[in-house]
Design a protein around this ligand. Structure first.
Ligand code: NDP
Length: 486
């Protein structure tokens, strides 16, 4: 299949237009399916960052005063444009990440459009409260924070850019967004479309670069908030750096989430949930349920069905819509995943399904299922961020809950059961920010998404994301004479 051209107009998008400074470090954009370089961008130089921050600061001052109905209209127009250009954007997402087009057509630009539409609809509904104190009273105003930095991971470059930009812009902020250096292309298109939709220049700027560009944004005094999607170690660094400036943060970090399959579960649904929660996007999903605890009575049947269903995996050209499983996004990540599989075997695990790296160009690893595990093994404790499912067994509900919670992470959790009382009883005990009952990994724009404990702070999506991009200003109104002691 002919590969479309992925070359962007320029590396950055600043103040309403593409911008270049070729003196920045070159960053090759590698198509993970073949390992070929499909474009090159340049890391932001201090001059580029300065232009991005200056224009954002200038534009935000006016945007904060704009009619929120107009702010919402711009976002909703952008959503329409994204939907109209879904195929083109999905192809770009596939080239940027390697994810199959079958997936990107339904999960990436479309979910970005959902967020823009959702927050566009809510933009005019940012309200305060009022309270009486005898004759006096007070009221609150929700004010935008100012210039916010968005820093993205590589797995969902369009979605992450939109999920951060939409609530930030709806509430009157500007955003300077730094994509992952491995997937720099899609956010540029989001910026281009926002301008086409009528967003004033400077409000959504994209700057490229590695961690140091994110770090420079995080510590710049003009940045009021940092919203990061990334790993826990990066989250610790970014939150600590932001704390130095007493900045707001949203941290969407990694996980090692559990899926509990009880003895009364619908087996086919549970297998589907485990497949979606481990192998979608070749396992590169933060909320994946990579510790699958299956009731001991179902273990063999579960594995049999899993093996049969994984027979339907098609690892072909990601641009061919028949392909339903793509490569890992980077060579380094593919090597890490293979090291995890080797470590698991060395620690006594059984590779029940898959486990091999394909002998072809690019970064292809089979969907892999590990069994014969104990909770202290590395593959059960650490986030792998690849297509590796660990299947464990349990005997009763209390044991399942205790083991599910025995992790520093707390991003997500899922459970499959036909007993609704049990479902709610168990969910109430699970220490995870986002839980699914008889479903897994669905994240509609109207639902808060985020982690607890080491998996993060704050929530994306839903109305509460707008709280995280605003702060309350309280106004006390004196209605009578001012009393004083002297
Ligand atoms: P990383 O933590 O490596 O990087 C995330 C982003 O932070 C990248 O843009 C990276 O730049 C940047 N960065 C790195 N160091 C710093 C720093 N010191 N200051 C500021 N920015 C920095 O994550 P990955 O890109 O490897 O993504 C995978 C991780 O993201 C997984 O742990 C996954 O679970 C998590 N994730 C969480 C999600 C959630 O919503 N909870 C969703 C998706 C992924 P660069 O990479 O360009 O060097």
């Amino acid at each position: 299949m002919t590969r479309p051209d992925a070359t962007p107009v320029a590396s950055h998008f600043i103040d309403g237009a593409y911008a270049e400074d070729a003196s920045g470090t070159p960053i090759p954009v590698i198509y993970p399916a073949t390992g070929e370089t499909v474009a090159t961008v340049h890391a932001a130089t201090p001059e580029i960052l300065e232009r991005a921050l200056t224009s954002a600061e200038r534009a935000q001052a006016e945007w904060a005063l704009a009619d929120p109905v107009e702010r919402g209209r711009v976002l909703r127009r952008a959503a329409d444009l994204i939907r109209a250009r879904n195929r083109e954007l999905s192809v770009l997402e596939t080239l940027d990440t390697g994810k199959p087009l079958q997936e990107t057509l339904v999960a990436d630009a479309t979910s970005g459009a959902d967020a823009l539409e959702y927050f566009g609809g809510l933009a005019a509904d940012v309200t305060g409260t009022s309270m009486r104190f005898g004759g006096d009273w007070a009221y609150t105003i929700r004010r935008p924070l100012g210039v916010c930095a968005g820093i993205g991971a590589w797995n969902y470059p369009t979605q992450i850019a939109c999920w951060k930009a939409a609530p930030a812009l709806a509430t009157g902020n500007a955003m300077v967004f730094k994509p992952s250096e491995t997937t720099p292309l899609c956010a540029l298109k989001v910026a281009e479309i926002l301008i086409e939709a009528g967003l004033p220049a400077g409000l959504f700027n994209v700057v490229q670069g590695a961690g140091e560009v994110g770090a420079a944004l995080t510590t710049d005094p003009r940045v009021a908030k940092v919203s990061l999607t990334g790993s826990v170690p990066t989250g610790r660094k970014v939150a600590a750096a932001a704390a130095g400036g007493i900045k707001h943060v949203t941290m969407e970090l990694g996980g090692k989430s559990p899926i509990l399959v009880f003895e009364d579960a619908d087996l086919e649904d549970a297998v589907s949930g485990a497949i979606n929660g481990n192998f979608y996007s070749s396992g590169q999903v933060c909320s994946n349920g990579t510790r699958v605890f299956v009731h001991e009575s179902l273990h063999d049947a579960f594995l049999d069905r899993l093996r049969a269903r994984l027979g339907g995996v098609v690892m072909g050209d990601p641009l061919d819509e028949a392909t339903n499983f793509g490569p890992i996004t980077t060579a380094a990540q593919a090597n890490l995943v293979m090291r995890h599989i080797a470590t698991a075997e060395a620690e006594g695990a059984t590779v029940a399904i898959g486990g091999a790296r394909l002998d072809r160009a690019g970064y292809w690893i089979e969907p892999t299922v590990l069994t014969g595990l104990s909770d202290d093994m590395t593959c059960v404790r650490e986030e792998i961020f690849g297509p590796v499912m660990s299947v464990l067994t349990f005997a009763d509900e209390d044991e399942a809950v205790e083991r599910a919670n025995a992790t520093e992470f707390g991003l997500s959790a899922g459970l499959f059961t036909s007993d609704l009382a049990r479902a709610h009883r168990v969910v109430a005990q699970l220490r995870a920010g986002t839980c699914w009952i008889n479903q897994y990994n669905l994240t509609p724009a109207g639902m808060p998404f985020g982690g607890s404990r080491a998996s993060g702070i704050g929530r994306e999506n839903a109305r509460m994301a707008m709280d995280h991009f605003t702060e309350v200003q309280t106004v006390y109104v004196g209605m009578g004479p001012v009393e004083s002691a002297f």
